[in-house]
Design a binder for this molecule. Structure first.
Ligand code: ATP
Length: 385
């Protein structure tokens, strides 16, 4: 992370990645041969974000809000329903054949579960040489061997690791192998999807430090996806918070942690314990009413209104808030962000929120019983694409 998180790192240069109006909607199919579309899961529903070269963008939000789908759509592992992904000035959707292959080489992914993403039958040497051979990189046999040794050294593993298999390593070491494999192709952008959430807390910091070191050394740009705000805090320049397929807040990391503006960000932040016992004692705790609504049938108006302690009738229920700039670099999609920031509006308890929603809270399935039942898994299974 740069000293001044809000400062542009590469003045005059265009950003490495620009995502504009990105939507990924998955059809929900029914019928004996799944031939009837009864609705759509709006996993990503109109996301705009920009990542400057050499910067780290931390994307957070609770499980199911669409973070992984967004990451996969950037890599074109998921076909967007609408919107654009501009990578290094080129619209990714316009690429085919060799240019698409080359673009894929320049964007790599680190997965949450290295055991699941590394072939258990391949030893480390084979795991690391495979992508190099596939992309014709590293020169001949000797060149590849040399490159693999350098990679192992860069991720802090001994050369004795070469002959060993993924199951012989600890979780942290396996993640180091996953990272070595991802950087082997000298990418520009690394998308790390929950890179440390499967690891012990003591190992998480080591892996995050390694990512930082590699970024510095190799000039990488990162999109780091996590459900935990604490994970992305120290490595991110900019943090984006997602709720039900949309970004609700985006800010330079220090600003966001100092003063979260969106009610959802505030509730996420209030769940992070503070190491100082005095501060911890007085820490604001915001409990949310209800569960994450179904992305197949999101609430009207502000999508967060059914759980929001600051909800105001009826504007929040009816009017979709736009992601607007409150201060330089600080984007928030809440009608009442200023009032909440200035303490003019006070939060309700989860019980009050639930009671205030009363009859207006939509019972699951009330608007679209088929869709909701499917998404919640109480009916027939959804065919996953
Ligand atoms: N291939 C698919 N077909 C249908 N629905 C999908 C598919 N992939 C994801 N979804 C749905 O899209 C929504 C967003 O999923 P996604 O995995 O992107 O969320 P996430 O925030 O990354 O959550 P997690 O951290 O649990 O992976 C979820 O409701 C999920 O069930």
């Amino acid at each position: 992370m740069t000293a001044d998180a809000s400062a542009p790192r590469t003045q005059g240069q265009e950003p490495l990645l620009q995502v504009r109006g990105l939507k990924v909607h998955f059809p929900i199919k029914r019928g004996i041969v799944f031939d009837r579309t009864v609705g759509h899961v709006r996993a990503v529903d109109g996301v705009d974000l920009t990542i400057e070269r050499g910067a780290t963008y931390g994307l957070v939000g609770e499980s199911g809000c669409g973070k992984s789908t967004l990451g996969r759509a950037i890599l074109r592992l998921e076909e967007p329903t609408a919107g654009e992904v501009i990578f290094d000035g080129t619209d990714v959707a316009s690429l085919k054949g060799e240019p698409l292959r080359h673009m894929r080489q320049r964007m790599q992914m680190v997965f949450q579960d290295p055991l699941g993403s590394l072939d258990p039958r391949q030893n480390v040497e084979s795991l690391l040489s495979e992508p190099l051979r596939a992309h014709g990189l590293g020169g001949g046999k000797a060149g590849i061997a040399e490159k693999i040794r350098t990679l192992l050294d860069a991720v802090g593993l001994p050369s004795a690791a070469l002959r060993r298999y993924p199951h012989e390593f600890s979780g942290g070491q396996r993640q180091r192998i996953g990272i070595a494999r991802a950087v082997a192709l000298e990418p520009d952008l690394l998308i790390a999807d929950e890179p440390v959430s499967a690891l012990d807390v003591s190992v998480q910091a080591q892996v995050l430090n390694l990512l930082e070191e590699l970024q510095e050394r190799l000039g990488l740009t990162y999109l780091v996806i996590a459900h935990d705000l604490a994970v992305v805090r120290h490595i991110s320049d900019v943090v984006g918070v997602m709720y039900l397929g949309s970004l609700v807040e985006q800010a330079p990391a220090d600003d966001l942690y100092e003063q979260p503006l969106h009610p959802y960000t505030r509730s996420l932040m209030s769940a992070v314990p503070v190491p100082d016992p005095v501060v911890e004692e007085t820490r604001e705790r915001i409990l949310l009413a209800g569960d994450l609504p179904s992305p197949a049938n999101p609430p009207s108006g502000c999508r967060f209104h059914t759980r929001c302690p600051w909800r105001q009738e009826t504007r929040c229920d009816d009017e979709v808030p736009v992601l607007r700039e409150l201060a330089p670099g600080r984007l928030v999609s809440c009608h009442w962000a200023e009032e909440i920031r200035d303490g003019v509006l006070h939060p309700k308890s989860p019980e009050e929120v639930a009671a205030s929603m009363g009859a207006s809270v939509r019972a699951p399935g009330a608007e679209n019983p088929e869709t909701d039942a499917l998404v919640q898994g109480v009916d027939e299974p959804i065919e996953r694409r």
